[in-house]
Structures are given as structure tokens and as C-alpha cells.
Design a protein around this ligand. Structure first.
Ligand code: FNR
Length: 183
């Protein structure tokens, strides 16, 4: 049986991003059930309606990756209690032209990870607000606000050092695979 294709959108452009590492940990856990790949957003020119009619190739590439996916996993840091600008730009890029959004009806989950204690809660819910308008069914539980995540949270092989965090990430990955199958 073919596995559902999952586009993972990582909200951080940082080379050593802990969110990218969380995304890779989810891929490793859910890999038997889901065909995961990271849809890169770092090269996307800023969205501008003036160039919608002749979109840059990077926009077309990203939008095609989202359109081809059976589900979307957002893994992102919180910036100033909301989502990073690069992530919002990517969302806008694949949502246009009006009426031709690539996000529509794609089952999704949102993981936010931060060294801070509240695990990107503000970003998680700001992103949910956009997903409502984009008509994306977003997994509700388990909630995935991962706090106190730092470089030290990962072993050299990418697995998580803290057993509690490892268990939570495993539960999220399993629930997301179930969610994609349900919708
Ligand atoms: C942050 N950071 C941050 N953290 C948080 O928990 N809440 C916040 O509102 C913010 N705001 C914020 C703004 C900006 C511009 C930056 C650069 C950083 C800290 C952030 O969580 C930390 O840098 C993470 O390590 C970023 O995740 P990655 O890049 O490691 O995935």
C-alpha cells in the first residue's frame, strides 16, 4: 500500500534549527506509515500580488509540493508570540491566486517547539487561525507545544534525549498518521 505523502513545513530558516530536528524526529518515528519530506521555504521571494500572474519559479515549486501532499505538518518556532514571517510568507504564496489555494482540505498538524517554557503556544494558535480560513482540518490532540527544547534535547542520531519529550513526540507522530488516514 502506498503511504500518504506528507509535506513538512519548518518555520525556522536557521541551519541548526531545533524545529527542523523535531521534524526529522517525527519523520523517523512515522516513516513506516507516512512518506515525509520537508518542503523548503527559505528561497521563496516575498509574496506580492503584482507578480501573481507570472509567479517566480520558487513559488510554483513550493505550491506544487503542497498540492501533491496528502497532509501537511507544520513544525515551527514562535517569533514575538506569533508565527515567523518566513512561514506566513509560505502560507500566503501557496494560498494564491484567490480560489486556487493548494492548502484547501489538507489534513494538518501543528507542532511548535521553543527553548521557552510555553512551547510556542501563541504561534501554534496564530497558525491555527490561518488554517481555519484556508479550510484545513487541523489535528486537535495531542496538543503540541514543546517547551524547553534546545540543542541538548537531541542525541547525535537525532533521537530525543528526554524520555518525556520523546514519548510526547511519538504520540504526536502516531496521532498525526491516524489523523491523515481519517480525513
Ligand atoms: C524568538 N524566540 C521566541 N521564543 C518564544 O518562545 N516565543 C517568542 O515569542 C519568541 N520570539 C522570538 C523572536 C525572534 C525574532 C527570534 C529570532 C527568536 C526564541 C526562539 O524560540 C528560539 O530562537 C528558537 O530556538 C527558534 O527555533 P529554531 O530556529 O531553533 O527552530
Amino acid at each position: 500500500m502506498t503511504k500518504p505523502k506528507i509535506a513538512i513545513v519548518v518555520g525556522s530558516l536557521r541551519k541548526d534549527s531545533v524545529n527542523r530536528k523535531v521534524a526529522q524526529a517525527v519523520c523517523a518515528i512515522a516513516g513506516e506509515r507516512l512518506d515525509c519530506h520537508i518542503a523548503e521555504i527559505g528561497d521563496l521571494p516575498l509574496f506580492n500580488p503584482d507578480i501573481e500572474a507570472s509567479p517566480p519559479p520558487q513559488w510554483a515549486r513550493f505550491k506544487a509540493e503542497i498540492a501533491a501532499a496528502d497532509g501537511i505538518l507544520f513544525v515551527t518556532p514562535e517569533y514575538n508570540r506569533s508565527m515567523p514571517g518566513a512561514l506566513k510568507n509560505a502560507i500566503d504564496v501557496a494560498s494564491r491566486p484567490y480560489g486556487q489555494s493548494a492548502w484547501e482540505k489538507k489534513p494538518a498538524a501543528i507542532i511548535t517547539a521553543s527553548p521557552g517554557g510555553i512551547g510556542g503556544f501563541g504561534c501554534n494558535h496564530a497558525l491555527r487561525q490561518s488554517c481555519v480560513f484556508l479550510d484545513m482540518p487541523v489535528m486537535q490532540q495531542p496538543e503540541a507545544y514543546l517547551g524547553h527544547v534546545t540543542d541538548k534535547s537531541f542525541n547525535p542520531d537525532g533521537s530525543l534525549t528526554d524520555p518525556g519529550l520523546a514519548k510526547l513526540v511519538r504520540n504526536i507522530a502516531t496521532a498525526f498518521a491516524d489523523w491523515v488516514g481519517l480525513i
